[in-house]
Design a protein around this ligand. Structure first.
Ligand code: 5GP
Ligand code: MG
Length: 176
């Protein structure tokens, strides 16, 4: 796809090798823990689908949907849960799976929310990180790729619900 305004940032083969590398790291730590992987909707759905197919041990998957009362390109800072979990977290090893950590506000909120449910552990796996944008400190235990302050789409990640279907990760250039 070469629609104007989109520039390939991470080609699909590189995304695939990053996912494989993350799966090796996660396998080493969780192969005997029956972890609960929690994907943050909607942006992480492609990533988590690829990731779990590289994990060859017992695990469970759930999803949570968060809203930050924002639209466009910015997190507003006011996060709430709009679609909750079905799973019991008490005593479970929880791994949050996120597409992008930007300001950190979303995952920082989620990790505190999950900790109140008394899991055995909570860690974070993120495909992309924009460290220059951080406003709240966040530990990313399994990190795919750090990127600069560019707005990205593709591989499940949208702009106004578009571009989730693109297999590569693109930068959406200004003016789109
Ligand atoms: P944070 O709370 O860390 O600022 O925001 C994280 C969320 O903002 C991500 O889960 C994602 O939904 C959205 N986000 C941050 N950067 C980008 C980006 O470059 N492109 C898209 N589409 N969403 C982004
Ligand atoms: Mg998101």
């Amino acid at each position: 796809m070469s629609a104007s305004g989109l520039r390939v940032l991470i080609p699909r083969a590189e995304v695939a090798s990053t996912v494989t590398r993350l799966a090796v790291e996660i396998s080493r730590d969780y192969h005997d823990k029956n972890p609960l992987l929690i994907g943050i909707l909607k942006g992480s759905f492609v990533f988590i689908a690829d990731l779990i197919r590289c994990l060859d041990f017992p695990l469970e998957v759930d999803f949570i949907r968060l809203s930050s009362y924002g639209s466009g390109r910015q997190t507003s800072g006011n996060v709430r849960v709009v679609q909750g979990l079905r799973s019991k977290l008490q005593g479970r090893h929880v791994l949050v799976v996120e597409d992008i950590v930007d300001t950190g506000i979303t995952v920082a909120f989620l990790i505190e929310y999950l900790k109140k449910k008394k899991p055995a552990s909570v860690k974070l796996c993120a495909l992309l990180d924009k460290p220059s944008r951080r406003r709240v400190p966040v530990s990313i235990h399994y990190l795919g790729t750090a990127v600069s302050d560019k707005f990205v789409v593709g591989y499940g990640i949208d702009f106004n619900e578009k571009y989730r279907n693109l297999p590569d990760i693109y930068v959406l250039e200004d003016g789109q």
